[in-house]
Design a protein around this ligand. Structure first.
Ligand SMILES: Cc1cc2nc3c(=O)[nH]c(=O)nc-3n(C[C@H](O)[C@H](O)[C@H](O)COP(=O)(O)OP(=O)(O)OC[C@H]3O[C@@H](n4cnc5c(N)ncnc54)[C@H](O)[C@@H]3O)c2cc1C
Length: 614
């Protein structure tokens, strides 16, 4: 495998493509000292805004708005230009620099994290990656100065996860110089304030001599006739960030507003989201670091049964687990950011894993914080209930975690599946196709010989056992993948319970490998004595991750999957009964049905006062 090969992709084939992970990358301060200084300046400025009361997370949550003063302060210090190249007036931060600053913003306030993520990470970044010279010159300077905000409008009432099948349409305009855009987008971050909106609509394109509909990306402006903001939404969390419903009522969009190529809009959408997943993971990880601190501080303060909560073993078990998981998430964010900065690297599976891991970590961390704080965790004015509300969305947006797991699993099995496809056909009638089966068996021996199944990297004795387990478990993942393909053949795509387990096994391995790699680097650079704290975190994470891996492997073994048949049968029964439908233990009265769900809100909310863009 080449140096730029994806580590995660290789795992499914039993390959340890370690060049992308070992040695662990140097911190930003060593790789790019000037950029590290800029990142530090912005983080300091952020703290100043909090200390000065300009950023007040509790107040913003209550008012459900980010005050203009905060946006102006962000614009003044360059916070809205993070991902925009210097030639267009931006700070031109690398993926690593961007992750540091965006992570710090999210940790201070999740709504501000969404504002930055949408403006810098999605909208501006899509133009940086896919805009032509003229589009960049027209839009990036105004976005960098913060004269207006950017939005990224993909989701529609009909299509969320299945984004490729959006129903908004763009037809050629009668003058032949533009497009007429019709559709509806909902829950669009910054949508009510944005002056530059990157959006997507189906367009007719020719493929293999036939006309088909394929998404195209467009840049639209709110002053284009036919554009309307329908209203904003009220939410469980990230209440200060605004999401709006946007109506495209035959908007005339000139040809020079097409972003990238006609019919290639899905590529724009996916690439922007891939980049966005790093900052989301960084935000969740930085917030988790703060929560570990608050957890301990609260545990020391609150006394019950004559002792601080922090002195009880149950509290300690939870704190240690959160700290170890946070250490692993941090290692993942560092490795992913450096990989993206390295350029020519296929890191989409790693980005998906980091997003899933970090978003589930911050959910667990804020849930445990609420639990430790007891009643104070549930009520205002303590901030813990807000942390929990704010954390929830991370598992849903920028790719729901279930979808990302399937993405990792299905992409991972693609390599082995391609090799095995022919064999699977042959196995249908093995005697007839014996030659092909024998050929495959000898190919397996050959490819196993050439395969990189052991680490070349050198490990400290404390880390050796972890490295050996990663090697052993990688071989087990390859075997489990092969077995799943042979067993389910083409139907594997429908066997989501199997695919998601394979994805989780790969995620455990990736998380462990980056954690070990980071710890080895710390030992190399600062010595063993200065690394005892990190070694403990690494040990705890690797051991618990190994246990989770084993459970997943057992669930995939012969017999393990039979419980999936039971799950399918129960789900079929629930669907047939349209509910629980089971006799009650105490008094057999039927469980009443709740009001049937609806996919549309009861009434359109009032349009709040519009803030002037430019
Ligand atoms: C606060 C907020 C901010 C947002 N900001 C933006 C924004 O700025 N721009 C934008 O374009 N969008 C935005 N969104 C939309 C967001 O990206 C979508 O909500 C998300 O992609 C999921 O789509 P959906 O809500 O339609 O859920 P659905 O697609 O209906 O999916 C619901 C659930 O079903 C499950 N599921 C779906 N498909 C499958 C499958 N094939 N197999 C198994 N399980 C499946 C998943 O668990 C998923 O969580 C935002 C949403 C919210 C709530």
């Amino acid at each position: 495998m080449s140096k730029s090969a994806s580590f995660v992709r290789g795992l499914f084939d039993g390959e340890l493509a370690e060049a992308s992970l070992f040695p662990y990358p140097a911190p930003l301060s060593e790789r790019a000292p000037e950029e590290a200084t800029t990142a530090r300046r912005l983080v300091t400025e952020l703290r100043r805004l909090v200390d000065a009361g300009i950023i007040d997370p509790a107040q913003m949550d209550q008012d459900e708005i980010i005050p203009e003063a905060v946006i102006e302060a962000f614009a003044a210090c360059g916070m809205l230009s993070l991902s925009i190249p210097r030639e267009y007036g931006g700070l031109g931060l690398s993926a690593s620099g961007y992750a540091v600053v965006a992570g710090a913003v999210s940790a201070v306030d999740a709504s501000l994290g969404v504002l930055i993520g949408v403006h810098c990470g999605l909208a501006s970044k899509a133009i940086v990656m896919f805009g032509n010279a003229e589009q960049k010159a027209r839009y990036l300077p105004m976005l960098a100065r913060g004269e207006t905000l950017g939005a990224y409008a993909l989701t529609e009432p009909e299509t969320g996860s299945d984004a490729q099948n959006i129903v908004s349409r763009a037809e050629r305009a009668p003058d032949g110089m533009g497009w007429l855009l019709t559709g509806r987008k909902h829950w669009i971050g910054n949508g009510q304030r944005a002056g530059v909106i990157v959006t997507f609509a189906q367009t007719p394109v020719e493929r293999d001599g036939k006309m088909v509909q394929r998404p195209t990306a467009f840049i639209i402006r709110p002053d284009m006739p036919g554009f309307r903001v329908h209203g904003t939404i009220r939410k469980l969390g990230i209440r200060a960030s605004t999401q709006a419903e946007l109506i495209f009522d035959g908007i005339y969009v000139p040809d020079d507003h097409v972003l990238g190529e006609v019919g290639k809009g899905f590529k724009v959408a996916v690439n922007a989201l891939n980049a966005g997943r790093l900052s989301l993971a960084a935000g969740c990880t930085e917030a988790a670091k703060l929560l570990v601190g608050e957890y301990i501080a609260y545990g020391e303060l609150r006394q019950q049964f004559g002792a601080p909560l922090a002195s009880f073993e149950v509290t300690q078990r939870k704190a240690a687990t959160l700290a170890a998981d946070t250490y692993a998430a941090d290692a993942m964010v560092g490795a992913l950011a450096a990989a993206l900065d390295g350029g020519d690297v296929d890191a989409s599976l790693e980005a998906a894993i980091a997003k899933v891991f970090a978003s589930e970590l911050i959910w667990r961390a804020s849930d445990e914080m609420v639990q430790l704080a007891g009643g104070r965790g549930f009520v205002k004015p303590w901030p813990y209930e807000r942390y929990l509300r704010d954390a929830r969305i991370n598992r849903i947006f920028e790719g729901a975690n279930e979808i990302l797991r399937l993405y990792v699993g299905l992409n991972g099995v693609q390599g082995p599946a391609a090799q095995l496809q022919e064999l699977a056909e042959a196995l249908k009638s093995p005697l007839q196709h014996w030659e092909r089966v024998a050929e495959y068996a000898s190919d397996r021996v050959k490819s196993a010989l050439g395969r990189h199944e052991k680490f070349d990297a050198r490990f400290h004795a404390r880390l050796e056992p972890h490295a050996r387990y990663i090697e052993k478990h990688t071989a087990e993942l390859a075997r489990a993948t092969e077995r799943a393909i042979m067993r389910h053949k083409k139907r594997l795509i429908e066997r989501q319970m199997v695919v998601e387990r394979l994805a989780d096994m790969a995620a455990e391995l990736y998380a462990r490998a980056v954690t070990v790699s980071r710890t080895q680097r710390l030992i190399d650079t600062q010595g063993l004595d200065a690394t005892t704290r990190e070694l403990d975190l690494c040990d705890l994470f690797c051991v618990t991750s190994g246990r989770r891996f084993r459970e997943l492997r057992i669930a995939l073994q012969e017999g393990g999957e039979t419980i999936d048949d039971r799950r399918r049968a129960i789900a079929a029964q629930l669907r047939a009964d349209q509910g629980y439908g089971t006799t009650a233990a105490l008094l057999d009265v039927p469980t009443p049905a709740r009001t049937p769900p609806s996919l549309t809100p009861p009434a359109a909310p009032e349009v709040p006062e519009l803030v002037e863009t430019q």
